[in-house]
Structure formats: C-alpha cells, structure tokens
Ligand binder design. Structure first.
Ligand code: GLU
Length: 469
C-alpha cells in the first residue's frame, strides 16, 4: 500500500465544533500512526455561506490543538479548472450527461413521489437525450442502475447499497460549480487520499463516491465512518453542550492537551486507559478500536480531565498560560517568571479546573484592594474578632519575616489565649486577605502577599469592622 494520506475537509461555513475536531484528530492520528500525511482542504464551493472568518477560525482551532497539516490548505474554489476537466472526461466517455429539467419541474416530481410514498429520485428524463452543455443545464452522473455497491467500512464492516436506489446525481451546477459529491471525489483522487475517516452522516454518500471513482477508472480510498457524538442526555448535541466552537473551550481556559485527550476518547478506547500523552495516542490509535455506537459528550469528564492536565503542567508554563486570563480581569503581570508569581500559580494549581478559574482564584493576590464577598464579610468580619485581629496586627508588624512555622505558632498562640479554635482566627484573616472564605493555605498566601500587603489588608479589615459596628 502506498503511504497513508488522510484529509480533513471542512466547509468554512461555521466554526470548528467538537464533532469536526474529533474527525480532524482521528484523521491526524491515523496518518501519524502510519507515518503518513494529513491534509487540510476547505470545501468552499458554497460561496454564499463560506467565509474567510471561518477559514481563519478553523485553522486557528486546529493549530491550537496542534493538529498541524502536512499539505494544504487547499481551496476547492481555486481548483475549478481541474473539476471542469474531469467533468468533460466523464461527459465524453458517456458516463455523465447534461440535463435541462428545470428546478420547478424537478420539485413538482419530487413532491409527487413523496405524496405517493415513493423515494424521490431523478427520473432520467434527459438521460438519453444526448444534450450538450447549455445555459441552465446541469451535468449528471449516469449512475449504474443495477447491481450492488458495497462500502467495506473499516469500522462497521461491509455495508451494501442497491444501485437502483441511487439516482443520477448532479456533478456540476449550471454556474459551473461542482457539487460536493463531485468535488470531493476529484480531490480525494487527485490528492492521493488513501483513507477517508468521517462522520457516519456521510455514509449514504459513500456508494455514490465509490461509483464515481470507478467511472474514472480509479480505485477509491478506504472509508471509515465514525458514529456521531450525542449530548449528555443521549439527544443531539446542542449549543448548550458541545456544539460550541472549539476555540470557545480555549477561551474558557481548557488546555489543548486535555481537549485532545477528551476528543480521542469520544468513540475510541484503549482498554480502560483514560489519560494519553500525544505520543501514546499516535502509537495506539487504531480504527479497529473505534466504537460502532455513538459517543456521549460529558462536560464533567472534560472538566475533570482539564483539572488533571493543569495539575500535571509545569508551573512556569502554566504561569504563561494564565496571563491572558488575568488580563481579562484587569490584572497585568510584568514578570511571569517572578518567584512570587510562580508561587501564586503553584498555590492554586491543585484546585483550579480551568485557566479561567485559576485566574479568578488567584486574582486576590494582585488586586490593589480586596473586595469582600458579602456573606463572607457578614459572617467573619464582626466586632467580636476585633481585639484578636488588633493583637495579630501588632504581632505581625513586629515579625522580622513571614515564615510559615512562625506564623502558625503565632496564630495558635493567639487562638489559645482567646480560647478560640484556630479556624476562628484563620477565617476572618482569610476574608481580610482574599475577600473569600476559600483560598489556598493561609500561611502560604501570607508568604506570597508579603508583609506590607498583609498588614495593609488587615488594617482595612479592622476599619471595615469598626465602621460596620
Ligand atoms: N465538507 C464536508 C463536511 O464538512 C466533508 C465531508 C467529507 O469528509 O467528505 O462535512
């Protein structure tokens, strides 16, 4: 067999969604597994709906997922001459014919067929008319009307189609633009595609495409149709879950490797292994392990996987990654390699499930003024704690340096003296320093904030209590 070549051929009429991204990933992995090439092609013959904006965003999403293409991107609208040549060849060989049936007449016949419970199908009116090209005429494929076309699907096995069920489908429209069915075959043929891996919504197109390959005297590629992705409740994927653009996940703070890992498990499995490095995916990916039944999108699992990848990620790299999310909160970090900044990242790394969450969790370190969550302030910044906090503030001012051990001793001593539990001292301080009741370890954050900021924030909390009482 010649070297494997796969393709991803999106129509640039929308952003790249979960399903498309999975198709791209499977094609990419299959090619890489076999040491082959992966090609990107834009099927932009629908000029009305195709937009440069979508070309850009699809490329951006693939690049984000690191699914780099070895060839392309090709654009079908730049290949019109090639399709015209092949159309002429089929016409000259009597394998395609021109048809002058008007859309209105065809529509009438279609309605009639439906009303009579027949499958609508072109009735072959122009099949033997011997028409040449002309205004308003389409070129149709002279589809064999007998026999069977078998799709030897690499996932589902053999699927047979009766040729008489297929109709003389259109290859070229009156304006000279090829249909999807025709352009895809000419592209797959001329680009040397060996394997077509795509959603099973295309299965019914495959016999037509195989017959076209045969009419051109060529061997079709091998086909694999991947079952669709359903929503968490088993219904179609909706906007709410999963029909989101892949870039929306990036913008929500998902890591590319988590997304890839999640996508690969949508319909493919390797024993009960859940976590795969990219190298492992390439090594293990195989169409025989793709499930024959639909996959279900589970946003909680994606989130858990993302949390896993955040915990695994190198802190310095995370520090870089979280910068744009902090910026969105109005926090600009001048030096992401700064030791305190890295410590701040480290302190939220075990808890954050997305980079966005991470930025929100660590924002308190950098804001000029802490804002108290209302409930937190009401519960913990109360007059009864005032004497304790005043004493704490004095002691902190006299501490030469903030060391975790010394801080802990101080807090414990204070709690004991006032006959309180440690948490009764710690929580008000936590609210004073972070505005919230949940945060990384208190002594850890005191170390990161530094003496000056801690003192400033405690003074502000004291003031708040005095004013509120
Ligand atoms: N442009 C088609 C789509 O986006 C490609 C189908 C195929 O893989 O042949 O669905």
């Amino acid at each position: 067999m010649s070297a494997v070549k796969t393709r991803f051929p999106p129509s640039p009429t929308g952003h790249l969604h979960l399903g498309g991204a999975r198709t791209a990933l499977f094609n990419w992995l299959f090619a890489k597994h076999h040491g082959g090439a992966f090609l990107l092609r834009f099927e932009d013959t629908d000029r009305e709906r195709s937009k440069q904006e979508y070309v850009d965003s699809i490329k951006e999403a693939l690049e984000w997922l690191e699914l780099f293409w070895d060839e392309g991107p090709y654009f079908q609208t730049q290949r019109l001459e090639i399709y015209a040549d092949y159309a002429q060849k089929l016409f000259k060989e009597g394998k395609a014919y021109y048809c002058e049936c008007s859309p209105e007449v065809l529509e009438e016949k279609r309605k009639k067929a439906l009303a009579e419970g027949r499958k609508p199908k072109y009735d072959g009116t122009c099949r033997e008319k011997g028409l040449g090209p002309g205004p308003g005429r389409v070129l149709r494929f002279k589809c064999p009307q007998t026999g069977t076309t078998v799709v030897e699907d690499l996932i589902r096995g053999a699927v047979a189609f009766e040729n008489q069920e297929l109709d003389d489908f259109v290859l070229v429209r009156p304006d000279g633009i090829p249909t999807y069915q025709f352009a895809v075959v000419i592209d797959d043929l001329t680009m040397g595609i060996t394997h077509v891996i795509r959603g099973d919504d295309h299965l019914s197109n495959t016999p037509k495409q195989i017959l076209l390959f045969e009419a051109l005297g060529a061997t079709p590629p091998k086909y694999a149709h991947v079952p669709m992705i359903l929503g968490p409740d088993g219904s179609r994927l909706s906007k709410r879950h999963g029909a989101l653009s892949i870039l929306a996940y990036r913008d929500e703070g998902y890591l590319a490797q988590a997304m890839r890992n999640y996508l690969v498990r949508l319909g493919w499995s390797y024993g009960d292994q859940e976590i795969f490095t990219l190298e492992e995916m390439i090594e293990k990916f195989d169409l025989s392990r793709v499930s024959k039944s639909p996959a279900r999108f589970d946003p909680d699992k994606l989130l858990a996987l993302n949390a896993h990848y955040i915990r695994q990620e190198d802190t310095e790299r995370l520090a870089e990654m979280v910068l744009p999310f902090l910026l969105r909160l109005g926090i600009k970090i001048d030096n992401p390699k700064d030791e305190k900044f890295l410590k701040a990242v480290e302190s939220v790394k075990p808890r954050a499930r997305t980079l966005k969450e991470m930025a929100e969790m660590m924002a308190f370190y950098f804001v000029p003024e802490v804002e108290y969550e209302e409930k937190a302030a009401r519960k913990f910044l109360k007059p009864d704690i005032l004497p304790v906090l005043e004493e704490l503030l004095d002691a902190l001012k006299n501490m030469p340096a903030f060391e975790e051990k010394a801080l802990e001793d101080l807090f414990r001593g204070l709690a004991e003296k006032h006959q309180l539990k440690l948490k009764h001292v710690a929580q008000p301080v936590r609210v004073a320093l972070t505005g919230r009741t949940v945060s990384p370890g208190l002594f850890e954050i005191m170390d990161i904030l530094g003496k000056e900021t801690v003192i400033k924030r405690l003074e502000k909390a004291l003031q708040h209590i005095r004013e509120a009482s």
